[in-house]
Design a protein around this ligand. Structure first.
Ligand code: FAD
Length: 803
């Protein structure tokens, strides 16, 4: 084994092997993979090898497409067969709702270039003859599905990597990792030490243990998973290979295995394996079979697939594999550690392994993943994702793997975890809560405790009329919203302005003022949107998306502030309440001696203001499009502030409102939000944020690329549509059609109660930017006429916010 390498990849499962191959392909040849047993000896060797292109996140779906399309190339380079079978796949719907879900999946697939086809139950039985069609209402066909040989794929990656210059050492365990002052690592192994510039944790079942070597508790947990293989079935003899299949109602997947059928389940009573530490002596091992546990799924399966009920069982496999709390991989560099990368929690190694290897290698070599990988970025989890949290969420996710997640559905596991001081008061006001980074935040308010339950649906739910009333209160009187679920940073010290001016695209405001700003990466793409609130010469309060706090901190580590400037995350220290609506100023003015008139406290002001006895920081800013104020206090004051506002608000018709109303209010104003309209695949000009990029202030990250985008006009446009919807609005990820062609995709949608129409925001090609007619948006399988609005529908001049 060499003693120095540019990269050491720990783990020779399908993921580590893919990372190794992709690093060589990206031009880094001095790379070493260390595997403590044989390649594949973790969870890879006993996988069923199935692969699918569909994923709830279109960006992850794109990487799955990439993985599946890679296998032929890999076979060519390595000379190693991947055992590729591509019979195509069928997804069976047993209910109308599931069929609606498939219609939405098909629609999403349109702009990903997938050729998916919806078919009836009769047709399903024709192309997939082992089902009893009476249990199904229809199905979706996907020609790009199949299965591979896990051993073949892993060795193909390994051989291709070796051809590219990589070295692979087997039967050698990494036992410790020691950082050096220059950011490199001493990798301590059973067979001696290696000095490496970078380390990749692709430890699979042992990713947690490798993480602990550097003080990390990664949110991954292994679950036991079983499949069985039947004896050969006479029905399959001399027939074309069976389609791979997912039967959602049975929570079952199947594929042909030689002359029989492989059938696996994601049962509701899933069981974690080694919840705290993973034994090192588990090599190429399996767990005892437990058919009892999956009996309820098998019972349904045997009804749905009667042929299988008669067949003998040749083999049962029970093996563990790992999941992150949301079921997507954990990929990327770790905040707080230099040159330490992870590629773990990959629960679908044969659909995702290639995409994970590709993006991680680009991130390492180019400094940027080259794609929108937010859905699998390790930075989406923070300290709140503890071992016990992960355990609860992974078990929930596993048990729901084949269940529908409705767009308005909030999942119950690991809740409530984080609450703000006004939680009980909001509960008493019949709030229906959502979970955001483990924090309970109000979505809407029901008229009574009995009604504080939302029915889950793709259509408008029972919340619709109540959300409408909340919106009207904000429009006509005043609404009160808890806004604690934002990320916050406090930047202090001499040099604050210079540093912020370099990492943010807009000019830093003067003291007492607010400026909105995009944050760009080197490619000039959006990696954040911030509200910069300048309290004083050397103190700026940044408000941003909380879910991206770790992501931002990691970026700030790459562009560190100079000595003397401190960047302090303070999301939970400052909690907030916002008042919005035409009476909001009168309400607040009655509680403070500070002059809040427009002359003294104009739009985009930010100051320390005492509200009653409560010392607060108040910003005059509005995400609702109405006159509004955001009030930030340290958490011990939040209850007093709330009581004061609610009591004084009675005479102004104050009504509590929640996140659902806020979403429709901002869409009526065509205001975008992070992770929907603003993502690293869009430039500021495309996203309509061009006016917040100040090219006159000097150098800043992404300036050259943003200038180029401004001059060329970019390729996309974020636009607003009014949609002829009936009882279901767009929610995001629907295709946008123009004159019979899919030209774009929706990023957000909702019913706009103030403008009384259904709305959608989405991206279309810049070349279509001035067209207003000829558009359609596909909602639950129906193409709905849509009109592109050339001006913001609500108060285009912004006079209400500035009143
Ligand atoms: C029963 C079953 C069926 C499955 N079916 C499918 C399927 O149909 N399709 C699909 O896509 N996925 C399937 N999977 C999931 C699939 O197996 C995983 O997604 C995949 O194996 C993850 O690969 P990995 O490389 O991340 O992890 P692993 O395969 O666990 O690899 C990690 C490797 O790292 C090594 N390692 C760890 N720590 C160290 C150390 N300190 N020093 C040296 N080496 C170390 C381990 O020995 C191991 O070889 C299935 C899993 C199971 C259990």
């Amino acid at each position: 084994m060499k003693s120095d390498a540019r990269v050491v990849v720990i783990g020779g499962g399908v993921v580590g092997a893919s990372v190794l191959y992709h690093l060589t392909r990206a031009g880094w040849k001095d790379v070493l993979l260390i595997e403590r047993g044989e390649l594949t000896c973790g969870s890879t060797w006993h996988a069923a090898g199935g692969m699918h292109t569909l994923n709830g996140d279109p960006n992850v779906a794109r990487l799955q497409q990439y993985t599946i399309n890679l296998y032929k190339e890999l076979e060519r380079i390595s000379g190693q067969s991947c055992g590729l079978h591509m019979p195509g796949g069928i997804m069976l719907a047993g209910t109308r709702e599931r069929f609606d879900w498939l219609k939405m999946a098909k629609a999403r697939g349109r702009y990903l270039g997938m050729e998916l086809e919806l078919i009836s139950a009769e047709e399903a039985a024709r192309v997939f003859p082992i089902i009893d069609k009476k249990y199904f209402v229809g199905a979706l066909l996907d020609p790009i599905e199949g299965h591979v040989d896990p051993y073949g794929v892993t060795h193909a990656y390994a051989k291709a990597a070796q051809i590219g210059g990589a070295e692979i050492v087997r039967h050698n365990r990494v036992i410790d990792l020691k950082p050096r002052a220059d950011g490199s690592w001493d990798v301590i192994t059973e067979a001696g030490n290696v000095h490496a510039e970078h380390v990749v944790n692709a430890g699979g079942l042992w990713a947690r243990e490798v993480g602990r070597m550097v003080g990390l508790e990664l949110p991954v947990l292994a679950m036991q998973h079983q499949y069985l293989i039947t004896d050969d079935l006479p029905e399959l003899k001399d027939q074309k290979e069976l389609l791979t299949c997912i039967d959602f109602e049975g929570e079952i997947y199947t594929r042909q295995e030689r002359g029989g059928v492989l059938l696996g389940t994601y049962e509701r009573a899933g069981v974690p394996w080694s919840p705290v530490t993973t034994p090192w002596d588990f090599i190429q091992s399996l767990l005892p079979e437990d058919l009892e546990r999956i009996a309820p799924s098998l019972e349904v399966g045997f009804r749905h697939f009667p042929t299988l009920a008669e067949a003998g069982i040749r083999k049962v496999v029970n093996g563990p594999f790992t999941f992150a709390p949301d079921g997507n991989p954990l990929v990327g560099p770790i905040r707080g550690l230099r040159n330490f990368w992870v590629a773990c929690g990959v629960m679908a190694g044969f659909s995702q392994g290639g995409g994970v290897g590709l993006t991680l290698s680009q991130w390492m070599v180019e400094g940027d993943p080259g794609a929108d990988v937010w859905g699998m970025d390790v930075a989406r989890y923070g300290d709140w994702a503890t071992l016990a949290y992960t355990n609860a969420k992974v078990r929930e996710n596993y048990s729901r793997r084949f269940r529908i997640r409705f767009p308005n559905e909030e999942l119950p596991a690991a809740r409530p975890l984080r609450t703000t001081p006004v939680y009980e008061r909001l509960q008493a006001a019949h709030a229906v809560f959502g979970d955001y980074c483990g924090l309970e935040h109000p979505l809407w308010f029901a008229p009574s405790a009995e009604e504080a339950q939302e029915e889950v649906t793709f259509h408008r739910s029972n919340a619709h009329p109540h959300v409408g009333e909340e919106c009207r209160a904000v429009q006509e009187a005043v609404g009160l919203l808890e806004i604690s679920n934002y990320g916050k940073f406090e930047v202090t010290g001499a040099g604050t302005e210079e540093w912020l001016s370099y990492v943010m695209a807009n000019r830093v405001p003067k003291a007492g003022r607010i400026a909105l700003t995009p944050m760009l990466n080197g490619r000039g793409k959006l990696i954040g949107d911030f509200t910069m609130c300048r309290v004083g010469a050397e103190r700026v309060f940044l408000i941003c998306t909380w879910a991206a706090e770790v992501y931002y901190r990691r970026w700030f580590e790459r562009h560190p502030p100079p000595a003397g400037v401190t960047v302090r995350p303070c999301a939970t220290e400052y909690v907030g309440l916002s008042v919005a609506g035409p009476h909001s100023r009168a309400l607040l003015q009655g509680l403070t001696r500070t002059d809040l008139s427009s002359a003294a406290f104009p739009f985009l002001s930010f100051r320390a203001v005492d509200i009653g006895m409560v010392p607060a920081l108040v910003g005059r800013i509005s995400f609702t499009g109405e006159l509004g104020y955001e009030i930030w206090v340290t958490s011990e004051y939040q209850r007093a502030l709330y009581d004061l506002l609610v009591s004084a608000g009675r005479s102004y018709g104050l009504r509590l409102f929640g996140g659902r109303a806020l979403n429709t209010l901002r869409i009526e104003k065509s205001f975008g939000t992070w992770a929907r309209e603003y993502r690293p695949i869009y430039g500021p000009h495309e996203a309509g944020l061009g006016r917040f990029v100040d090219f006159g202030k000097g150098e800043f990250v992404g300036r050259a690329a943003a200038l180029e985008e401004k001059e060329s006009g970019g390729t996309l446009r974020l636009v607003t549509f009014s949609v002829d919807a009936e009882d279901a609005d767009a929610i995001g990820d629907e295709p946008i059609w123009h004159e019979g062609r899919v030209v774009g995709w929706v990023t957000s949608g909702a019913y706009g109660h103030r403008v009384q129409r259904s709305l959608a925001l989405g991206y279309i090609p810049a070349a279509l930017g001035s067209a207003t007619e000829g558009f359609e948006i596909e909602i639950i399988g129906e193409r709905r006429r849509a009109r592109r609005e050339s001006v913001t529908l609500l108060d285009p001049s912004g006079s209400r916010m500035r009143a």
